[in-house]
Design a protein around this ligand. Structure first.
Ligand code: 13P
Length: 280
């Protein structure tokens, strides 16, 4: 069954642990996430980025997620990741997504608040939860989401407090030093800044740029209020690497075999992160 993330994240924050939000692009990746959630017995967020709409329609993602969750008897949230188009958000809600991320982080502060508030009004009337973003992340070369032009802007604690109060969002993505894409050096994650934000903001906090963050930094983030962590790049990078190995065999495998193996590659990465996120 598809559920919004509200209860999931509040439970995680209390424990504490973090719920993994894993990006999917097709049936194989979605099934990999579902298999890992089933095996660990943990809640999972199936994240479908607005960027990947050319791979799969909103309705297609909803029916696939509903079918897989029902087949494997798990509860998951189907989340629209990083969407700056309000019309697309409305269509996702209509199609049956259980949570959405309105990303107005590139807009002036007042406009980000006003648009997020509009999205919240519509989403909440349908029982759908809303993540918003304040501040912005840089992106490394391996990121498929951002671009080299993305500039890091840390989230201001005071602005975050005003933003949450005025927009009514359910969870806030913060910029504290993580980046989209694989890290080229140890990340300098600002736990001091996270503590200041946490002291002023009482809703679940979200960490983007999860691929490759050292385990001890993840733990520190979770102890200080992060209860949703997003992983995208590593799912793709690992699955592509393993697919290359598979295709390197003397006899080329059937496409059905490639697809089945890809479910396992995704599951491997998701299992690793679910274990990191839940062993604080
Ligand atoms: P990575 O691609 O760095 O894992 O970040 C994922 C993310 O933040 C998705 O919204």
């Amino acid at each position: 069954m598809l559920k919004n993330f509200n209860e999931m994240l509040l439970r995680a924050r209390k424990a504490p642990y973090a719920v993994g939000s894993f990006n999917v692009y097709n049936y194989e990746t979605m099934k990999g996430v579902v298999l890992a959630a089933k095996e660990t017995g943990q809640a999972a967020i199936i994240a479908f980025g607005a960027k990947y709409l050319s791979n799969m329609s909103l309705a297609g993602a909803v029916s696939m997620a509903r079918t897989l969750c029902c087949e494997y008897g798990i509860e998951a949230c189907l989340h629209l990741d990083h969407c700056s188009g309000i019309d697309t958000i409305y269509r996702a809600i209509q199609a049956g997504f259980s949570s959405v991320m309105y990303d107005g982080s590139a807009l002036p502060f007042a406009e980000n608040i006003a648009n997020t508030a509009r999205v919240c009004e519509a989403a909440h009337s349908c029982g759908v939860s809303v993540e918003a973003e304040l501040g912005s992340l840089a992106a490394t070369e391996t990121s498929h989401e951002g671009s080299a032009n993305d500039r890091e802007a840390y989230t201001s604690p005071k602005a975050a407090c005003d933003f949450v109060r005025e927009s009514g969002c359910d969870a806030l993505a913060v910029s504290i030093g993580t980046v989209h894409g694989l890290y080229t050096a140890r990340p300098n994650v600002r736990i001091d800044l996270l503590k200041e934000i946490r002291a002023l903001v009482d809703i679940p906090l979200v960490l983007h740029g999860g691929s490759g963050i050292p385990e001890e930094i993840i733990r520190d983030c979770i102890r200080n209020g992060i209860c949703k962590i997003n992983v995208n790049t590593e799912i793709s990078a690992y699955a592509v690497e393993k697919t290359k190995e598979l295709l390197g065999a003397a006899k080329a495998p059937h496409l059905a075999v490639v697809a089945e193996n890809q479910q396992q590659y995704v599951k491997d990465v998701v299992l690793k992160y679910i274990r990191f996120f839940t062993s604080v």
